[in-house]
Write a protein that binds this ligand. Structure first.
Ligand code: 13P
Ligand code: ZN
Length: 271
């Protein structure tokens, strides 16, 4: 059996959490990540018949029975993952009842998975139905995106349009746009269900006055989606109060999307 601390998926989690912390997005325990793993991949490092303990999830994830995820721990700080992955991360498998997580590794101090597990697993279910190669759900509190939700209408069309307008390539990175939820209590099934409903249409979901969710096939793609929104939100926060002399027009956004041969939310442009 190989040493789990050398596993590429542990390395991916260490790298991305450290990077996100350095961006200033994940203060204290802010943010959480879940990454679906292949059974064969995990079996190289762990005895899959050895369950350390079971933890109820509080919701039904029948569609994910037997699926294995590496997930950040609740109350754990992204800045500490790199130095102590076994305490700050856990590897869980959804048990045969669909409502219990079997802990296969990690949460060494008796901890448990993120309080946002409902939003993560419900989003995984939806995204996997759309794309069998989907793997990662990421939640974080990017500063400018969050700032923007204080001063911009929380309307999906308007929010996406403003972000697309900020830099030419936004529409190329997320032609499907950005879903937006109003302020809600976090960490429960209700916000999980609302997020997953948005994930039917979007790979990005902004939580008003809280943060953002991204979903993708790997860490780079998922991080890249969020990073691109955050860059555009930063531009918005830099220019919103200044006279706008130049702007990317809707015909130009359409021309970029067409040049890249993309299916995009045409109804989000005013043409
Ligand atoms: P957890 O520490 O439970 O992951 O919560 C952090 C967070 O960002 C809640 O939305
Ligand atoms: Zn949060």
């Amino acid at each position: 059996m190989k040493d789990i601390l050398t596993a590429p998926f542990v390395e991916d989690m260490k790298k991305v959490t450290a990077n996100m912390y350095r961006q200033g997005w994940d203060e204290r325990n802010g943010g959480n990540i879940s990454y679906m793993l292949e059974e064969d991949q995990v079996a190289e490092y762990l005895d899959l018949t050895h369950v350390i303990r079971t933890i109820p999830t509080g919701f039904d994830a029948t569609e994910l029975i037997g699926k294995i995820f590496i997930v950040t721990g609740t109350g754990k700080y992204f800045k500490n993952v790199e130095g102590d992955p076994e305490t700050n991360l856990g590897i869980i498998r959804i048990a045969a009842d669909g409502t219990t997580a079997e802990l296969l590794w990690g949460y060494k101090d008796g901890g448990r998975f993120t309080s946002e597990l409902p939003a993560h697993l419900m989003s995984h279910m939806v995204r996997l139905r759309k794309d069998p190669n989907h793997r990662v759900v990421m939640h974080t509190h990017p500063t400018n995106t969050l700032a923007m939700t204080h001063v911009h209408e929380l309307d999906e069309k308007k929010f996406t349009h403003t972000i697309w307008e900020m830099c030419t390539e936004c529409i190329v990175v997320f032609p499907d746009g950005i879903g937006v939820l109003p302020w809600m209590v976090c960490g429960n099934n209700e916000i999980g269900e609302a997020t997953a409903r948005k994930m039917e249409e979007y790979r990005l979901v902004v939580w008003g006055l809280h943060g953002i969710y991204g979903a993708g096939r790997d860490m780079d793609e998922t991080f890249g989606l969020i990073e691109t929104v955050e860059k555009a939100a930063q531009l918005y926060m830099l220019i919103a109060h200044l006279p706008h002399v130049n702007t990317i027009r809707d015909e130009e956004l359409k021309a970029v999307a067409e040049a890249f041969g993309l299916e995009y939310r045409k109804d989000f442009l005013n043409l």
